[in-house]
Every structure is written in C-alpha cells, then in structure tokens.
Design a protein around this ligand. Structure first.
Ligand code: ATP
Ligand code: MG
Length: 439
C-alpha cells in the first residue's frame, strides 16, 4: 500500500476510454467494483465516478507477480491501474485494459457494511448509516448528479433574468411566521434560532433597491413530521422581485421549471436511464386551479374538507389522483396564509398567494407581499404576533418599500419531481429527520 499518491495521476476517466484508443497506454483510478477469478484469467471491474472499466488479466500475458497481486485485491479498495487499451465488444464501453502495473492506494476492510454493486438490497436506514458506500452506487449518485444539474440550471436561469444571488443569515433572533417551528440555539447569553426561511431578509432587500434577488440555502424546520416529504433541514430556492405581483412571479417559476427540466433531460440522459425515469418537458401554461374549485374537486373524490381549511394529506392525495403533472393552486384564503401575504383588493378574504404542485406534492409557495407599513403592522397583530419583535423588518417598509412578490421552492421536492423518487431522504446526501442527526 502507498502512503502518498506520488507521481501517479489519472490519464482518463472510465467514460473517456473508447475502442479508438486501441494500444494506447492509460492510467485509471478508482474502486474495485468486482473481481472475477477464472483461474487462467482475472477480470477486475474498476469503478470511478462516471462508470466502470474492465481490467482483463490473462495469466499468459501478465507477469506472475502482478497476476497474484490482482487476485488478492479486496473489494472496494482504491486502486490505480496502468495498462493498454484493447477493444472488447463484451466489456463495458466496448474496451478492456490489459494491465502492466497495479497500485493499491488503500485497501478496504472486509466484510462491507453495504454492497455498492447493488446485488443485495438494503433498507434506507442501513443505507443512510453507511451513506459513503451507498453513494458509490450508480443509481444513487445519479440523483445527486441530477440535483447538481438542477441547481446549476436554476442559477443560470435566474442570473439571465436579472436576479442577484444573495446570502442572508441563518442565525436569527425571532421567528418568520410565528414561534412554533423553530430550532432554538444558544447564542452567547441569549436564545436565538435557526432560520426557517429567508422571507423577511429577502423582503428587506427589496427596500434596499436590489430589485430582484435569489438565495439557495438551507432552511431549518423543527416540525415533528415523520413523512416521506418533510425533513428538518432542506435547501430552499427563494426569489423576491420588486414591481411584480403574484402573476409575474408565477410566470418566472413556470419558466424556471421548464428550463430546468429541459436542461436535465439534455444533460442527464445516463442518470435518468439508470433511475428508469422517462422525464418529459411538460406543456405550458401550467393549469391554475382556484382554491374554491379545488375544495369541490377534493370533496367530489369523497374526501371531506371545508372551504377555508388548509389542505390535509388526504386532500393532497385526492388531487394527486386528479392531476397528473405540475399545476398551480391560486386564490388561497387570507386567513390561513402568513401575515406578509397580500389579499385581493375587492375580496379581502382571498389572498394573492399560490402554491405550485406536482401531483400530490407541494413544491413551492409564493405570493404578492404586503408592502404598506401600516397594513403590515395590522396583519402582524392579527396573527397574534407582537410588531415590536419585527421592528428592524418593519423599518424597511417606512422609507420607500416597492410593491413586490416572490416564492420559495423546495430543492429536494423539486428534485423528487425530476427523479420520480417518493422519499425525500433519497434526495439529500445526509438527511436530517426526526430521528437522524448522523452521519
Ligand atoms: P408543507 O405544507 O408541505 O409542510 P409548507 O407550506 O409548510 O409545506 P412553505 O413554508 O410554503 O412549506 O415552504 C416553501 C417550500 O419549501 C415548500 O413548498 C417545500 O417545497 C419546501 N419545504 C418547506 N418545508 C419543508 C420540509 N420540512 N421538508 C421539505 N421541504 C420543505
Ligand atoms: Mg407552503
């Protein structure tokens, strides 16, 4: 075994090796995915981030020392192999490598707590406990390659549309929407909280004249959920736009979803295939369903729900049976929306808030915001909150706050709609839920 890499450097990733490179000398690095010892010939499958390459060692063509060393490699050890490329129709990528040197960079302990070759199925908890091994599976790393493409696509789209990326604090003094769902922490001699949303800060940025901002950052929610769609730490993609209303930002959201799906279908073909996902760019415009009509639709499915109530899980499920893709819910009751959401002028019981849904899953919430100081104070009081604890936020509304609107889109839930996965834990490297705080 080697203590340092020394002069060894990879010449090619597995996917870069092709039959045209016949006889070329290369150096590949990765993990021993599988070893097949047929006596006179040994096959080693070397796995790197992009796939597999077959190392073929016929005893007749290889020095005895090297042959014996190959035979003894332990599964999932980190190795480097120098050798010559040879076309081989049956091997992955149509090529194999005839080795001339083998370097064992780090040997793996045996037995493995988890099998990265996916031959043995494991429960999600076992998988998450040994997540580093789980992530070696092509079908698992595919999720995160798609997430990376998704986030890149979102950034490019928003930048092109004039949005500035901002960073707001995650250590906060008080709640965004009321006291219940926060993680308290000790902040020197005071109590503070982990931020549940950048809402108040992104609104303050409208008063600062930044006009269009976005943030992609963690939000923390101390909800005691144990569901397939909730975690206690997730990434929120947030935007806020001045001189826009709910309709304008719904349009931004719809375009962003379409652009991202287009980019993922074009750039993640292999990953979607590994996941068995047939992702199609949806038709636009997305359907818009009025809250009042939705309640009737849900009732007609035999699920009891009253006008004015928030959607229960049963109601979401009923909608999932009716709707097949992305759709908006508009015209939510003002009563069940946070204080910063503006109501309709003519019908104040109706708010200018919307949700973006995918089948039975809420992926985004947004609204036209209240931008008048006195109205905002009134609304804060109406929710039983104390305007004094929002003093610094409220000040931004007294010296020229433009009308504005925005939304928050859950990155993991959005990723679920791209990958077709139904457990949100699958879409986070190291998920945080009611029971899990490690790894
Ligand atoms: P839900 O009703 O499904 O619990 P919410 O209405 O409380 O969600 P919002 O406060 O509207 O969530 O947050 C905006 C978006 O952030 C949601 O639409 C969702 O995509 C995401 N999100 C919020 N909380 C969570 C969570 N605990 N786990 C996963 N995603 C979340
Ligand atoms: Mg919501």
């Amino acid at each position: 075994m080697m203590n340092s890499l020394g002069d060894l450097r990879r010449s090619h990733y597995s996917k870069e090796i092709n039959p045209d490179m016949n006889d070329e000398e290369i150096l590949v690095m990765g993990w021993t995915h599988e070893i097949r010892d047929l006596g006179g010939i040994i096959f080693v499958l070397l796995r790197d981030r992009d796939g597999l390459v077959q190392i073929t060692a016929p005893s007749k063509k290889i020095e005895t020392d090297l042959f014996e060393k190959l035979r003894k490699i332990k599964k999932e050890s980190v190795i480097a192999v120098k050798g010559k490329v040879q076309g081989s129709p049956k091997a992955p990528g149509g090529v194999e490598v005839i080795p001339s040197q083998l370097y064992i960079l780090n040997e793996s302990k045996q037995p493995l707590p988890l099998d990265p070759t996916e031959k043995v199925r494991a429960e999600i908890d076992t998988r998450l406990d040994s997540r580093f091994l789980d992530l070696r599976k092509p079908s698992i790393s595919a999720i995160f390659k798609i997430k990376s493409t998704m986030l890149h696509s979102v950034r490019v789209f928003l930048e092109k549309n004039g949005y500035l990326e901002i960073n707001t604090p995650k250590l906060v003094a008080s709640a965004t929407e009321g006291g219940t769902e926060l993680f308290p922490i000790t902040y020197f001699e005071r109590e503070a909280f982990l931020g549940q949303s950048p809402q108040l800060y992104k609104q303050i940025m409208m008063s600062s004249g930044f006009d269009r901002v976005y943030e992609i950052a963690p939000i923390f929610r101390a909800e005691e959920h144990d569901t397939l769609r909730h975690l206690n730490e997730v990434i929120s993609i947030d935007i806020e736009s001045s001189f826009m209303d709910q309709h304008d930002v719904m349009d931004v959201l719809e375009k962003l979803v379409i652009q991202t799906i287009t980019d993922v279908t074009e750039n993640c073909e292999t990953e979607l295939e590994v996941l068995g996902r047939d992702l199609q760019v949806p038709e636009t415009p997305f359907e818009k369903i009025e809250y009042d009509d939705l309640i009737d639709m849900v009732n007609s499915k035999g699920v009891p729900i009253e006008h004015g109530e928030d959607l229960s899980r049963a109601a979401e499920k009923a909608m999932g049976e009716i709707m097949d893709g992305y759709y908006f819910i508009t015209g939510w009751p003002t009563e069940i929306k946070p204080f910063y959401v503006l109501h309709e002028e003519e019908t104040p019981e109706k708010s200018q808030a919307f949700d973006l849904m995918y089948k039975d899953l809420e992926i985004s919430s947004g609204a036209t915001r209240v931008h008048q100081h006195d109205l905002l104070v009134e609304k804060i009081k109406g929710k039983g909150l104390n305007p004094e604890s929002f003093e610094r936020y409220l000040a931004a509304f007294e010296y020229g706050m433009p009308p504005h609107a925005g939304w928050g889109l859950g990155a993991e839930r959005f990723n679920m709609t791209l990958t077709g996965l139904n457990n949100i834990r699958e879409t986070v490297l190291f998920p945080r839920d009611r029971r899990r705080l490690t790894p």
